[in-house]
Design a protein around this ligand. Structure first.
Ligand code: NAD
Length: 364
């Protein structure tokens, strides 16, 4: 297949007079970039814990993408990151001038690492700017928001991936394989828990308006565990909320228990909490079992099955996730974890909150 350099491509377009009539300046830039790049430039939006401690360090290890820019509302953070990661001034944005990213050929992907209430807005703005999007979990607050994010990306011909890092981890893929191939027969029962003790008292995770609540935050890991271990989508849910610190968890859930029924007859009992440390998955099957502990950590996921040990080494989970996704864009393939997968979870999360409020089973 013939490949054009950026310069050749621009020359051909200019000579044919097509550039001014067919392409807007940003789509022309985006187009030429996609033709020649071997590594994609990522801009991190929101420089909190996850960007600072995990994603930026991981981007120093990636081969298919690199940290090209940042979006922050804090000038001191911009100064610090600029020096630490040698980011040029032209690739540093704030929340007001973010949309000008459309004119920046260094940026191919916008990685949204903001509180969940802001995921839909920034994904849609990034899509309108002609940039691919990686969006952190939970995808958004509602099914309607998820659908509008998917539509915006489709309308603007960009791709949308959700930051479910575990699905890029070979340990997770191994138990997904057991479910798919029915290695131990049908999966009959799953128990899964994801939680940690959060000592913070005034954080967005404790505020409904910003997307707080443990079901959105850690609950999606337990839900993913049950969905991936069965390889099925739940058809009915029941749920209960509990709190031991009502003065902190005033308007969101601190601990949620939920139970899922699957079409095959499999059942899952799941737990998630901001008050209890837990990270485990157990699946009982017709002809055996598989279990993982931890099942959704950043590193060291491991377990066993009726066949023996499950333990695949992985150097850096976030680097693997971002390289997998960058490679997917470069090869124009479908993402391992597209927007539709984030939407599947939020549909169940909405039903879980409804079930906990009503005390009744909710059918999906
Ligand atoms: P954080 O609170 O540490 O950082 C949030 C960032 O958003 C901060 O830089 C903050 O300044 C910025 N921000 C902009 N507008 C804000 C507003 N109105 N209110 C509050 N903050 C605002 O949060 P975090 O732990 O980095 O989480 C960010 C996202 O990453 C969340 O969606 C979270 O679920 C996700 N996350 C994912 C993983 C994972 O393993 N995939 C791990 C941690 C966090």
């Amino acid at each position: 297949m013939k490949t054009f350099s950026r310069r050749n491509f621009l020359q051909v377009m200019m000579m044919s007079g097509a550039a001014s009539t067919v392409f807007s300046s940003h789509s022309l830039l985006a187009c030429t970039n996609r033709i020649q790049k071997s590594r994609l430039g990522i801009v991190l939006v929101g420089l909190g814990y996850y960007s600072t401690d995990l994603l930026a360090p991981a981007l120093q290890l990636t081969k298919k993408c690199y940290l090209a820019g940042i979006v922050t509302g804090t000038p001191e953070k911009a100064e610090k990151w600029k020096k630490q990661y040698k980011i040029p001034d032209k690739n540093i944005y704030n929340y007001q001038n973010f949309d000008q990213i459309a004119n920046n050929p260094d940026i191919d992907v916008v990685y949204v690492v903001l509180p969940p209430s802001m995921h839909a807005e920034y994904t849609i703005r990034a899509a309108k700017a002609g940039k691919h999007v990686f969006c952190e979990k939970p995808m958004a607050m509602t099914v309607a928001e998820c659908e509008s994010m998917i539509k915006a990306c489709k309308d603007n011909k960009v791709k949308l991936a959700i930051g479910y890092r575990c699905q890029h981890d070979p340990n997770t893929r191994e138990y997904m394989r057991f479910a798919k191939e029915k290695t131990f027969g049908k999966v009959q029962m799953v128990a899964c828990g994801a939680g940690y003790f959060d000592p913070r008292t005034d954080h967005w995770k404790q505020k409904k308006a910003l997307g707080g609540g443990v079901m959105y935050d850690m609950g999606v890991y337990a839900l993913q565990g049950a969905r991936l271990a069965t390889g099925e989508e739940p058809i009915a849910v029941t749920a209960q909320h509990f709190t031991t610190r009502p003065e902190i968890y005033k308007d969101v859930d601190e601990t949620t228990l939920f139970q899922l029924q699957f079409p095959s007859g499999a059942v899952a009992t799941c737990h998630t909490s901001f008050g209890i440390n837990m990270n485990y998955l157990q699946a009982n099957c017709e002809k055996g079992f598989f279990k993982m502990e931890p099942f959704s950590a950043y590193s060291g996921n491991q377990g066993s099955s009726s066949q023996g040990v499950i333990q695949f080494p992985l150097a850096n989970q976030q680097a693997k996730q971002m390289d997998d996704d960058a490679e997917t864009i470069l090869a124009n393939r479908a993402f391992l974890v597209p927007g539709e997968e984030g939407l599947r979870d939020i549909r169940v999360v909405e039903a879980i909150y409804q079930a906990a409020r009503s005390g009744k089973q909710v059918k999906l």
